[in-house]
Design a protein around this ligand. Structure first.
Ligand SMILES: C[S@@+](CC[C@H](N)C(=O)[O-])C[C@H]1O[C@@H](n2cnc3c(N)ncnc32)[C@H](O)[C@@H]1O
Length: 261
């Protein structure tokens, strides 16, 4: 086994393991070892599928411990209530959240498309309390409910507005209003670029997430952006492009930041 993710706090956490084929017969022992060496880990879940479908969830099998896998995850001074079995959540993206946080200025109106449990929104509002408003749009009912709860737990109800719905249907009210838009849906974000551009105000910025091959990280995402912006007859300027995290062997999640004139 090549390591595992831990989601939770010092009091209660869940470990998420991926067990290679040749170690499958030892998986119960491995899970019990994880619990023994991490006193806060109360449950061990094995990944048994890739992320799939619109909601980007995956299937897990409980290998050991408590079947209640809801935890209070702590990172960078805020708390996120989450059950990894019900929603998308990645503790590995904590650093990415901080990279976005560092760019946000006072007074901004921000739209987080595909907002999940509002991890990004909470991270931003905690570090930049003078942000104007953050709207977090999410399709998965369970994730939306956690978003509401996380806004409440972190006392950010005056800054963050979680919205349950499909980005394709609920974003009209933001047309022309947003200074910054996040699009963290790497495989499909291109299909929502027209809406993002409509929601942006003049010279606003989009953080577009995509997937790139090891030898040619950014071409696919850049082509998607270029094609869509040309169709919309908009000029734009790429201000930054970077690797985010490994996505699969030889593939990376990448982020392209660009401003639309
Ligand atoms: C890759 S996850 C990212 C979640 C969150 N931003 C995070 O970083 O934890 C993408 C999320 O988008 C949601 N989603 C997918 N299609 C959507 C749509 N059309 N409208 C709103 N949310 C959508 C999924 O349910 C999922 O929670």
């Amino acid at each position: 086994m090549t390591g595992y993710d831990i989601i939770g706090s010092k009091e209660k956490a869940v470990a998420i393991v991926e067990i290679p084929e040749d170690l499958k017969r030892l998986k119960k022992e491995i899970a019990n070892d994880v619990i023994k060496t991490n006193k806060n880990v109360k449950s061990v879940l094995e990944k048994i599928s890739k992320r799939k479908g619109e909601l980007r969830k995956r299937e897990y099998k409980l290998l050991a411990g408590d079947k209640n896998t809801e935890v209070m995850h702590k990172e960078f001074g805020y708390t996120l209530k989450v059950d990894p079995r019900k929603v998308y959540f990645s503790p590995r993206e904590a650093t990415e959240r901080q990279k976005i946080v560092e760019q946000v200025k006072a007074g901004e109106t921000i739209l987080v498309m595909f907002g999940g449990i509002a991890a990004m929104s909470v991270a931003i509002a905690k570090k930049q309390p003078n942000v104007s408003k953050i709207y977090s749009v999410e399709l998965n009912k369970a994730a939306h409910e956690y978003a509401l709860e996380n806004v409440r737990i972190n006392k950010l109800s005056h800054k963050i507005v979680p919205i349950k719905g499909d980005v394709k249907k609920v974003c009209k009210e933001f047309y022309g209003k947003c200074d910054r838009i996040l699009m963290p849906l790497p495989l499909e974000a291109g299909k929502f670029l027209d809406i993002a551009v409509k929601c942006l105000n003049k010279n606003g910025i989009i953080h577009f997430y995509g997937i790139g091959g090891e030898g040619d990280l950014f071409s696919e995402a850049l082509e998607t952006i270029d094609k869509e912006l040309k169709m919309l007859k908009k000029t734009y300027m790429v201000t930054n492009k970077r690797k985010v995290l490994p996505y699969s062997p030889y593939q990376w999640k990448v982020c392209i930041d660009f401003r639309v004139k």
